[in-house]
Design a protein. Sequence first.
Length: 464
Amino acid sequence: MANVARALGRNKAIDDALRNHRWEELRSILVELHPSDIADVIIDAPAEDEGIIFRFLPRRLAAQVFAYLPLQQQEGLISSLSGEDLQHVAEQISDDDRTRLFEELPAEVTRKLIGALSPEELQHARRLLGYPEKTAGRYMTPEYVSIRPAMTAAEALEHIRRTGRGKETLNVVYIVDDDGRLVEDVRLGSLVLAEPAQHVSEIRDPALVSLHASQSLDDVLAAFEKYDRIALPVTDDDGNMLGIITVDDVLDIAEARNTRDIQKLGGSEALDAPYLSVGFWTMVRKRGGWLSALFLGEMLTATAMSYFENEIAKAVVLALFVPLIISSGGNSGSQATSLIIRSLALQELKLRDWFRVFRRELFSGLALGVVLGTIGFFRIVLWQHLHFTNYGAHYLLVAMTVGGSLIGVVTFGSTSGSMLPFILRRFGFDPATSSAPFVATLVDVTGLLIYFSVAAIILRGTLL
């Protein structure tokens, strides 16, 4: 509550300074805030005040704040800034953030941003953009600190003091030889604690881990997770040091990846942009394709229902439980597929584990089916005895049909839902595309077949 109260008071003070044109007071309030808090102020401010607030920030702080803003605000500020202001912001943004901006902004805005770069910065940007999309090269920054193998710890620390300002991180420094090849990395803490006369190449530190510029983002995420580093160096085929990827970039990659997977699990194409930034027809296209496919799949349910038309006509009571049966199977399948997709993403499961998963889900599905089948059986019996619903003279057989069908449908839903992600991964597709609605549609049709097949066996000679 105290933080909320402080934020409200701060926003009121900023608003008062803006309304009364007390610019020095506005500047003094802003410079005391964290860049992400200033970004929140700009996001919440009216559109006409965004540029005013941004222009009163010191140039270096403005670049930091810019990196925290959503794409929509970044685009608006780029369009409104003067050439000189834009140049200072563009040159202060880290190379990796600038590269992502080039990829995401509209072409005319990107051209304006590129035009504001100095020749040296433009060369850096073009080099980064030369790497394929979704590779380590696109997310690295050349802003790192390097030292030579022959340096002593004292010389290295002095070199860092001279050259370290404005670098992406100082927690790790990189030992690079005269030919530009990466030799080793060393943590700043180890460097500080080393004897002043000790050569940096002799400092004991964890073994070197590096990324190749062409490695995929999946490889990048896996490396950071496995080695628990805050930064990793990026090299070329010859081992030359190209740049580094820091943990904040990895968090952005993971967030974007998880967002796409969640959107796919919901039964649509990934939006690849903030919700409000996606155009109306783009939204319709990304959601309409999957909805149409699911609709066509659900039409098979109507086909299955028509196939059992005679059975339904003889025992109308069976139709009462169709939604119960197919929804239970769809729910169990959706549970299974969601659990397996996440486990595959976290590398808790490999393709070779498919049989272990199948066996586990088979028995889990049977157990869950028995639980639901028992509930369904006693629900029908209880409702009959309490006279809530009259299921006819053969209500016990109807209850057995529903209970037995639930066992079969839930078991099939669990096993098929767990196997589908493995099948897609085996053929090189993203397992997230086996979305919960897709699995539910698959199980709906099969659930009807199981239900009426069980009914034909149990109710033969009575209702059927």
